[in-house]
Design a protein around this ligand. Structure first.
Ligand SMILES: [Zn+2]
Length: 74
């Protein structure tokens, strides 16, 4: 498991009861963008589809977090 020092809580890859992939970082959950292909995937905050949508996102390459936009509106 990759641990990134600036996260107070280690990110965890898990899944919903429906089998949907979930990235959990602290209190926030992220869902993978269905349009993401190949090695690089963008994960959006679970509140992304609610209104107003949360713009926070995480970039994952080969299962490792490489970038985080930690701009939650909630
Ligand atoms: Zn958010």
């Amino acid at each position: 498991m990759q641990t990134i020092s600036y996260f107070p809580l280690a990110p965890q890859f898990t899944s919903t009861v429906n089998g949907r992939p979930v990235l959990q970082i602290g209190y926030y959950r992220y869902y993978r963008n269905n349009r993401s292909r190949g090695r690089k995937a963008t994960w959006f905050c679970a509140r992304n589809s609610s209104k107003p949508g949360c713009k926070a996102s995480v970039i994952v390459v080969d299962g490792m977090i490489v970038d985080v936009k930690n701009e939650h509106n909630h």
